[in-house]
Design a protein around this ligand. Structure first.
Ligand SMILES: Nc1nc2c(ncn2[C@@H]2O[C@H](COP(=O)(O)OP(=O)(O)O)[C@@H](O)[C@H]2O)c(=O)[nH]1
Ligand SMILES: [Mg+2]
Length: 214
């Protein structure tokens, strides 16, 4: 908890980021989550287990609490899935570079997010995992890049087995959430400045009218 920020009442005020890992079974979602959280690589994580994990991180010198949902299952609708698609603030869509089908399915997950959120402007990071198995590669890096461009999102190739680019993925999704929040705040401030100046103008004309009456 060294990163936790406390307010004057001693309450933990570290911003919590709700992150959902999506992708077909077997691509390494659980392995990536475990490596990020505890630097461990479980060889035989039950593929049907869907679980949530919490961890603290310091990203760009700002503390963050990551609430990570490691999902299991196909790109189909269930009541539960609908809920976490709604509640998630950032999504990590994973495929395996050794499995072309998983790459094709990745696109369906993006579509699933759209169906629930009706927006393409959602923080997403696309991940091609298992780069340590280069000899078994079925999806080129360029194909990953092209899909990421289509998604308008960042792209990483990772190896959960070797813990390569794992922190980068989770940090990138938090940065995406923060960037949108900053932009929304700036837009709000701009809007309120506009209102202020409109209000002042209005008061100015009222004063002029009053002066004309007297
Ligand atoms: N070689 C290699 N195997 C991996 C990697 N990531 C996961 N695996 C293996 O792939 C299988 C499925 O991983 P898992 O994390 O359970 O996939 P999930 O179903 O997407 O959660 C397991 O046997 C893992 O040990 C990786 O980066 N490299
Ligand atoms: Mg899993």
């Amino acid at each position: 908890m060294e990163n936790a920020k406390m307010d004057s009442r001693g309450i933990n005020t570290t911003r919590e980021y709700k992150i959902v890992l999506l992708g077909p079974g077997g691509v390494g979602k659980s392995a990536m989550t475990m490596q990020f959280i505890c630097h461990c690589f479980p060889e035989d994580h039950d593929p049907t287990i869907e679980d949530a994990y919490k961890t603290q991180a310091r990203i760009d010198d700002e503390p963050a609490q990551l609430d990570i949902l490691d999902t299991a299952g196909q790109a189909e609708f269930t009541a539960m899935r609908d809920q976490y698609m709604r509640a998630g603030e950032g999504f990590i869509i994973c495929y395996s570079i050794t499995d072309r089908r998983s790459f094709q399915e990745a696109a369906q997950f993006k579509q699933l997010i759209y169906q629930v959120r009706h927006s393409y402007d959602i923080p997403i990071v696309l991940v091609g995992n298992k780069t340590d198995l280069e000899g078994m590669r079925q999806v080129t890096r360029e194909e990953g890049r092209v899909l990421a461009r289509e998604f308008n999102c960042q792209f990483f190739e990772t190896s959960a087995a070797l813990r390569q680019y794992i922190d980068e993925v989770f940090h990138a999704v938090v940065r995406e959430i923060r960037r949108r929040e900053r932009e929304a705040l700036e837009a709000m401030e701009k809007g309120s400045r506009k209102k202020d100046s409109l209000w002042k103008k209005l008061k100015g004309t009222l004063r002029m009218r009053r002066e004309n009456v007297t």
